[in-house]
Write a protein that binds this ligand. Structure first.
Ligand SMILES: Nc1ccn([C@@H]2O[C@H](COP(=O)(O)OP(=O)(O)OP(=O)(O)O)[C@@H](O)[C@H]2O)c(=O)n1
Ligand SMILES: C[C@](O)(CO)[C@H](O)COP(=O)(O)O
Length: 379
């Protein structure tokens, strides 16, 4: 997958009141648009910013982005941005510059969903009751079941959304509407309250308060995990998400991926929220033979649900055999993909125990892992 970010910033921000268009106004230590771009820096290999021709002077200090002139409607601005994407891009994340505080997990979830869907976008279920109104009075209620508040980035396979935009006639609320008109199925991923769109003047107060809370609440949590599985008869084993042909297997209730278990426990440990056994009891038959990515994904989502993202992690496998070196890169990538993080933040290494102890006697494999979680926002 080669993912680009297309940030639409060509609006006039009329609802935000007089002054500079909202995307160029300060928010904390930088401008609204700088926050929006920063969120995609390590997620996208190309960033296209669509701006109003009158705003060219504000773009001088936007480094490493492709600048494109926008148009009079959001949809037309998106089309201008799509035309500017590099030819090798396979997927595009279309994002409002006005959503300045998009947390990393929202973007990661969209990218992850694009591995199995042509379209994916974050949303939040409507939780308040809904009214219909007339002349400032309530005239009735509307059902909220199944209603979601749409957010961005809205992600798509590039050929599909390009064709959908070319075929679309008229004004669309968002790119999901355009995609659906062309028959593209769009998966809903988890949105975030802080990913709100700065629309009215007082949204700046809300965004500033959120940044301040983030700074106040900046926290780092460390956890460690340890696991052991014994060898048994077989012809392959799973280690850190990679299937390795081997003269024996690892035995366990699940697929016995000892490395992934240690890492999952490190994340649960960092959160002080138990361990795999508590979340997936071995006494429960539904986890028999389960693939361990279920546990790791659960742990990382629990972290995100609690406001944390993975800063980095380090797994050490202790075994004489199999040799881990030839598989280490694939293991790092597999773990990074499962967690939706950058591979540079994932380490997998191995050691023997000098023929000492149960690992030295090749009775089984042990794994240790450390995970650092970070909470809070960049101001
Ligand atoms: N012709 C347009 C209209 C909107 N946008 C972008 O689309 C996003 C969402 O739009 P909205 O919040 O409606 O922004 P504005 O159109 O700027 O706001 P307003 O309707 O208050 O003028 C914004 O980042 C905006 O800059 C755009 O690129 N081109
Ligand atoms: C795309 C969008 O952000 C989805 O919620 C939204 O539709 C664009 O903003 P607008 O206020 O509807 O113009």
């Amino acid at each position: 997958m080669k993912v680009a970010a297309l940030i639409v910033a060509a609006g006039r921000g009329t609802r935000a009141g007089e002054g500079l268009p909202k995307q160029w106004r300060p928010l904390g230590t930088k401008r609204v648009i700088d926050h929006a771009i920063a969120a995609f820096r390590d997620k996208a290999c190309q960033i296209v910013v669509v701006h109003h021709p009158d705003d060219a002077e504000f773009c001088c200090d936007l480094d490493d982005v492709v600048l494109v002139h926008g148009c009079s409607t959001r949809s037309a601005s998106v089309r201008a941005g799509l035309d500017a994407l590099a030819p090798d891009i396979t997927h595009v994340l279309i994002h409002d510059a006005a959503r300045a505080l998009c947390p990393p997990h929202v973007i990661d979830d969209v990218i992850h969903a694009l591995e199995s869907h042509d379209g994916a976008a974050p949303g939040l279920a409507v939780t308040d009751a809904l009214w219909t109104t007339s002349d400032g009075h309530v005239s009735g209620t509307a059902k909220r079941d199944g209603l979601f508040r749409a957010q961005t980035p809205q992600g798509f396979a590039l050929p599909a959304i390009t064709a959908a935009h070319a075929a679309f006639d008229g004004e669309a609320a968002d790119d999901v509407e355009v995609a659906r008109a062309a028959g593209i199925e769009v998966a809903i991923t988890k949105g975030a309250e802080e990913n709100f769109k700065i629309t009215h003047a007082d949204d700046f107060t809300r965004a500033t308060a959120h940044l301040q809370r983030g700074k106040d609440a900046m926290k780092i949590r460390i956890g460690n995990g340890y696991d052991v599985h014994r060898f048994g008869p077989g012809d392959h084993l799973w280690l850190c998400g990679v299937k390795i042909p081997f003269g024996r297997t690892l035995q366990g209730h699940s697929d016995a991926d000892v490395g992934m278990h240690a890492l999952s426990d490190a994340i649960y440990g960092a959160l002080a929220m138990g361990d795999i056994g508590q979340h997936f009891p071995p006494s429960d038959p539904q986890w028999k033979g389960a693939q361990s990515h279920i546990f790791l994904r659960h742990a990382i989502e629990l972290a995100r649900d609690n406001g944390y993202s993975l800063a980095n992690c380090d797994v050490t496998l202790v075994c004489e055999q199999p040799k881990i070196g030839p598989h280490a890169a694939a293991m790092r990538q597999a773990l990074a993909d499962i967690m939706g993080v950058d591979v540079a933040d994932v380490s997998v290494k191995a050691t023997t125990s000098e023929k000492l102890g149960f690992t030295g006697r090749e009775e089984g494999i042990a794994a240790l892992a450390t995970a650092a979680l970070v909470g809070g926002q960049d101001g």
